[in-house]
Design a protein around this ligand. Sequence first.
Ligand code: GLP
Length: 240
Amino acid sequence: MLKLNKEMNIRKCADINEMGKKAGSMVITELKHNPKLLVCPATGSSPVSLYASLANEASKNMTLFQEMRVIPLDEWVGLPDATGSCDSFIKEHITTPLHVSKDRYFPFNTAAENLKEECERMQYILKKQGPIDLCILGLGQNGHLGFNEPANKTTPYCHIAQLATSSQQHDMVANSQTKPTMGLTLGMQDILLSKRIILLISGKGKKEAKEKLFSKEISPKCPASFLWNHKSVECFLVDD
Ligand code: GLP
């Protein structure tokens, strides 16, 4: 089990591979303790090496993952095909290599006609399956978590998010012809009710977000700052 922290435990890593191995071994320890772990994974570049280290473990010990459950953190709205979607990312990096069966994976349906109802459906799934045992987060360039964008107040539950400009320019959708302006995301309370949180910070354009986060001032202008209120956050940091 990850130990309970009085505040965020920050570990500097030499590179993304070291970050992936260290964070990956934490996930593996958690899974050994609770095989039915409900994991909420971020997408993006920061967690790729963590998921690779889980895939490597699965190639040696597949049974470890046979009960693990996955609920995504967020999803783009309006991508014309699967390319760049969080769902396709999770299938490629998590559910396929770890053999997570369909009954243990709960993706967003962005093709739903009524996205508000889709958010309610996800909230219901989270209520039934949750709370999240282990939430794996990345830090947005603007300090967002999932698609909880900087604002005057936080939104507690799953909601439709108007994406900030930096989110609309994220690498995941850089090659997509359609540029999403909206996303679906679990809310800040959903995230903060997670029993454990791993925050992975790497990549370009994060200087300002890191300064805001590490100033420890808690503000909805930097959603990640709310992690200071959580008692078990492990932060892995690669200074680029
Ligand atoms: C994206 C995703 C987030 C992700 C974040 C950081 O907008 N929706 O879930 O954590 O940005 O991504 P990266 O790790 O690629 O910097």
